[in-house]
Design a protein around this ligand. Structure first.
Ligand code: PSU
Ligand code: MN
Length: 302
C-alpha cells in the first residue's frame, strides 16, 4: 500500500481524512467531466477541513491518494479494470498475468480505506439490488461491504436504476445504519426522494459523527450509510428518471458492465441532465464527508 506523505502525516496527527473512489472517474463519468469532478471532489474535501485520499490500484500496488498524472491516467486510459472486493486479490497479486491497473468501486475503496485507517468515505450513489434480481441474482458487492466493513459512507442514495425497495430492505436486514442528512426519505441518486424512509434523520455533521463513533465503539463492524440528497437545483423528478430507465434497461449488459452502461445511456437520453446532477452530488457528498470527518477527528481527540 502506498500512502501519500500528506495523508500519512494527517493520519498520525489524528487529523481528518476522506477516502474517495475511482470507479466513478474511470467508469461512471465521461471524459473530461471525470477529471473535473475528481479534482473538484478533492477540493471540496479540503474546503471542509479534511485531506482527500482517492484510491486506486496501480501496477499491483494499492494507492491511497493520487497525484494529478494518475488521475489523468485513470480518466483517459481505455480498459481500466473495475475493481470490487472479489477483484482486489488478483489486482494486488503482482502476478504478471493479472490485470494490474484498476479503479476501485465502493466495496474496494472501503476495504482499502479500512486498511489505511480512514473512517469516512464519499461516493456518488451506491450500488444495490438490481431490477430483475430474482432471475439474475445481481446484487452489488457494495451492499455486502457496507454490512461488513466499518467505514462510514456518504452518498446520495442508491442509484435509481436499481430495485430501490429491495435495496432498502437489504440494508435493513444486514444492519447498516441508514442516516438521512436533513431528510426523512432515502434519496435515489439523481432524485431527492425514493419514497422509502431512512432509519434516522440527522441535522448536523457533528451528530452524524457521534453516530459513527457510537457504532465504532460497539465493535459490531459494518457501516453507517449517510444519505445526502442531491441539491434542489440539480435534482430530477423520479417519474422523469423512470421514463429514461424504462426506455433502455432491457438493453443493458449483464454483470459489472451494467451500471456504467446505464449511467452513460441515461446521460445521453437526458441530454446531459443526469450527468449534471451526478457531478453536483459527488462534489457535495465530498464536502459533507469532509465536515463529518473533521467532526469525528474532534471527537477522537477530546
Ligand atoms: N457513484 C457514481 N458513479 C459511479 C459509482 C458511484 O456517481 O459510477 C460506482 C461506484 O464505484 C459503485 C459502482 O461501487 O458504481 C456500483 O457498481 P455495481 O452496480 O456494478 O456494483
Ligand atoms: Mn453486479
Amino acid at each position: 500500500m502506498r500512502i501519500l506523505p500528506e495523508i500519512e502525516a494527517t493520519r498520525q496527527a489524528g487529523g481528518a481524512i476522506v477516502a474517495l473512489e475511482s470507479t466513478l472517474i474511470s467508469h461512471g463519468l465521461p471524459h473530461p467531466d471525470n477529471i473535473e469532478v475528481a479534482r473538484s471532489a478533492e477540493t471540496a474535501v479540503r474546503g471542509s477541513g479534511a485531506v482527500p485520499a482517492t484510491m486506486a490500484v496501480l501496477d499491483g500496488v494499492a494507492h491511497v491518494g493520487l497525484d494529478d498524472d494518475t488521475i489523468n491516467r485513470l480518466a483517459t486510459t481505455p480498459g481500466v479494470v473495475k475493481l470490487s472486493r472479489r477483484d482486489l486479490p488478483a489486482a494486488l497479486s503482482g502476478a504478471s498475468s493479472m490485470p494490474a491497473v484498476g479503479a476501485t468501486t465502493v466495496s474496494a475503496t472501503m476495504i482499502l480505506a479500512h486498511q489505511a485507517d480512514i473512517p469516512v468515505f464519499a461516493t456518488g450513489g451506491i450500488g444495490g439490488v438490481h431490477r430483475g434480481v430474482t432471475d439474475s441474482m445481481d446484487i452489488s458487492a457494495d451492499l455486502f461491504e457496507l454490512s461488513a466493513t466499518p467505514v462510514a459512507t456518504i452518498c446520495a442514495g442508491p442509484k435509481a436504476i436499481l430495485d430501490l425497495p429491495r435495496t432498502r430492505e437489504y440494508l435493513e436486514t444486514m444492519g447498516v445504519t441508514l442516516v438521512g442528512y436533513r431528510c426523512d426519505d432515502m434519496p435515489a441518486f439523481w432524485a431527492r426522494s425514493s419514497g422509502l424512509s431512512v432509519d434516522i434523520r440527522a441535522e448536523t455533521p457533528e451528530d452524524i459523527a457521534k453516530v459513527i463513533a457510537a457504532r465504532s465503539d460497539l465493535g459490531i463492524g459494518g457501516a453507517v450509510l449517510v444519505c445526502n440528497p442531491v441539491a434542489e437545483e440539480a435534482a430530477i423528478g423520479l417519474d422523469v428518471i423512470e421514463g429514461w430507465i424504462e426506455s433502455c434497461i432491457d438493453s443493458a449488459p449483464a454483470g459489472a458492465a451494467a451500471t456504467p452502461w446505464l449511467l452513460a445511456e441515461i446521460a445521453r437520453r437526458s441530454d446531459g441532465q443526469s450527468l449534471a446532477a451526478n457531478k453536483r452530488l459527488i462534489i457535495d457528498n465530498a464536502a459533507l464527508a469532509g465536515r463529518i470527518s473533521a467532526a469525528l477527528a474532534a471527537i477522537r481527540s477530546s
